[in-house]
Ligand binder design. Structure first.
Ligand code: UDP
Length: 236
């Protein structure tokens, strides 16, 4: 049994597409909302950061000739769109939540502050932290590590479509094997692309463990919270 009181859940924007090529898949959104509801019912405080890759990524924009900073701002706005969608899916299940934004844009969401986020978490609300870090040249993985550290989460749960960290990309290399546990140092040494290095370094320097797991299988979030050995644990 994992004894998590407060978790930072990172959801990938790309996964929100489900089987679609772009945008938001309602079934995937509903599955996520159901899993999050189950976690809240266990009394766990859940803070969420969602990516925006299903709508826009600054780097791909720059490759097409967009200004990088404006492209990143578009990406941050994409995470706000996804956050509102998740908030709405949670609300329709009766799960109290609030969307906070890293950049001021009331009344779309309240401007983020640590106090505001923690007050809401302690009142049993799901807090959705949108807009990444609020700065260009960062990713939502870094946004997650930053907020996870700030909010004193016990763990960062990185939901992906792969069931953990492998020696190589399992979608490309059939001989790749999965780690049950790995250290931050090993991630650097092996050059594994788990998250960007800024995010990994922040977690390492501030002692925030990470569990990488397959969030696209309904029920997995509860399994991780219950301490079932799925996914890969990253620590010292
Ligand atoms: N982004 C940013 N600053 C941040 C977080 C995100 O500029 O602090 C932008 C960046 O352009 C990024 C996009 O938002 O490509 C979407 O986020 P991300 O790529 O992390 O989404 P994911 O891959 O998780 O879907």
């Amino acid at each position: 049994m994992n004894n998590f009181r407060r978790v930072l859940l990172k959801l990938s924007g790309e996964s929100l597409m489900g089987a679609k090529q772009y945008g938001i898949d309602n079934d995937r959104l509903a599955d996520y909302a159901q899993d999050i509801e189950a976690a809240v019912k266990r009394g766990i405080q859940v803070a969420i950061v969602i990516g925006g890759g299903n709508i826009f990524r600054g780097l791909s924009g720059a490759a097409q000739g967009f200004d990088r900073v404006q492209g990143d701002q578009m990406g941050m706005l994409a995470t706000v769109i996804n956050s509102l969608a998740l908030g709405s899916a949670l609300t329709s299940r009766g799960v109290k939540n609030r969307v906070l934004t890293a950049i001021r844009m009331e009344p779309i969401g309240e401007f983020y502050s640590k106090r505001r986020a923690i007050d809401a978490l302690e009142a049993g609300e799901v807090v959705i932290l949108s807009g990444g870090t609020g700065n260009p040249f960062f990713t939502t993985d870094t946004g997650s590590s930053l907020r996870g550290i700030e909010l004193e989460a016990d763990v960062m749960l990185k939901g992906t479509r792969v069931d953990g960290i492998y020696t190589a990309d399992p979608e490309k290399d059939p001989t790749a094997t999965k780690f049950d546990r790995i250290t931050y140092d090993e991630i650097y040494q092996r050059g594994l692309k788990v998250m960007d290095l800024t995010a990994t370094t922040m977690c390492m320097e501030n002692n925030l463990p990470i569990i990488v797991f397959d969030m696209d299988t309904p029920g997995n979030l509860l399994k991780v919270l219950s301490g079932e050995p799925i996914g890969t644990y990253v620590g010292f």
